[in-house]
Design a protein around this ligand. Structure first.
Ligand code: CUA
Length: 344
């Protein structure tokens, strides 16, 4: 091959590689990581992808060049010249992949071992999966349980997972890890959340008719906020409640004492009011409003006119619950509404 041809070949390869790398790197293909483990997995993912993109671009460029340059004329029926290989080239195309695959293996092993390494002061959370709901209990923080997964930021968390019926699988996309929850087995998943926020918990193993609805939320909180939430839960949630049967007596009392039932329907509180939105449908309303359930409920109590569910009147809900309720009462009420609407 002439020197000019080789240079143009390299040029095609570099341009194709740059375009492919830009498409890969500048479009949001993956959710942004919210745990240290996810950050490492992301790094590994892109490490492999970039190698693949470069190799693919070079191979594709060589093929394109050869197809264009070495086409036979239409009337040429002769065999091509016999070729017996090229020892130098074969050594090169053996050694380069050997080096790359070894590098991928080493980086993967390092990421796996770092992701399994638990930090000091591990928080254990028992995860119970059943058709079709999640329940999270906190033996290290007083034994209460919650249908929503609350996690402190920057602390090693070990999920200890059990299933009551069939195989489920725990997945939070922003944590990048999936782990099956299997009846008769204890499986574990180690997470160190590092970004405050609310993320979906998704069952990612087909487990029956309600599989698509088997969802919850993971709320990553600042450590201090997590501690006060846990304190609050200890006071308001009856310990020992299992199988998702969380009863939230304090929140129910707040609901009853503030007359919520005269305007709202809520099966869990025996309320049948029809003036305001039907609270058995809170989950649907939250998704219509495009908000996670818990913040949506909180906002709707504290600032009721901010979002009005279509079909219901504005300026009817008293706007002062944010000040008339103590934060303890408000938290209990929100938690009660979250847990009683989780099947809706
Ligand atoms: Cu549980 Cu799908």
């Amino acid at each position: 091959m002439r020197r000019g041809s080789i240079l143009s070949l390299v040029g095609i390869g570099v341009v194709a590689g740059a375009i492919a790398a830009a498409v890969a790197l500048f479009l949001p293909w993956l959710p942004s990581p919210a745990s240290r483990e996810a950050g490492r997995i992301d790094f590994l993912f892109w490490f492999v992808i970039v190698i693949c993109i470069v190799i693919f671009a070079i191979v594709a460029a060589v093929m394109a060049y050869e197809i264009l340059s070495f086409r036979v004329p239409p009337d040429d029926e002769t065999d091509g010249p016999p070729i017996h290989g090229h020892t130098g080239l074969e050594i090169v195309w053996t050694l380069i992949p050997l080096f790359l695959v070894t590098a991928i293996g080493i980086v993967s092993a390092v990421v796996l071992s770092q992701n399994d390494a638990q930090g000091k002061d591990v928080l254990h959370i028992d995860v119970t999966a059943q058709q079709f709901e999640w329940n999270f209990s906190y033996p290290d923080s007083g034994g209460f349980s919650s249908p929503i997964l609350h996690l402190p930021k920057d602390r090693s968390v070990l999920l200890v997972m059990h299933s009551k019926d069939v195989i489920h699988s725990f997945w939070v996309p922003q944590f990048s890890q999936k782990e099956d929850v299997v009846p008769g087995l204890t499986t574990t998943l180690h997470i160190t959340p590092d970004k405050v926020g609310t993320y979906p918990v998704i069952c990612t193993e087909l487990c029956g008719l309600g599989h698509a609805l088997m969802r919850s939320e993971a709320v990553v909180m600042e450590p201090a906020a997590f501690e006060s939430w846990a304190e609050q839960q200890k006071k308001t949630t009856q310990p020992g409640a299992s199988g998702g049967g969380v009863t939230n007596a304090a929140g129910k009392t707040v609901f009853a004492n503030n007359g919520c039932g005269s305007c709202h329907t809520l099966t869990a509180a025996g309320a049948t009011g029809t003036i305001g939105p039907d609270l058995d449908n809170l989950r649907r309303y939250a998704s219509q409003a495009g908000q996670p359930l818990e913040p949506f409920i909180r906002e709707s109590i504290v600032d009721p006119n901010k979002y009005i569910q279509p079909g219901y009147p504005k300026n009817v809900m008293p706007p002062n619950f944010g000040t008339s309720l103590s934060s303890v009462q408000l938290n209990a009420l929100v938690q009660f509404l979250v847990s009683s609407s989780r099947k809706g």
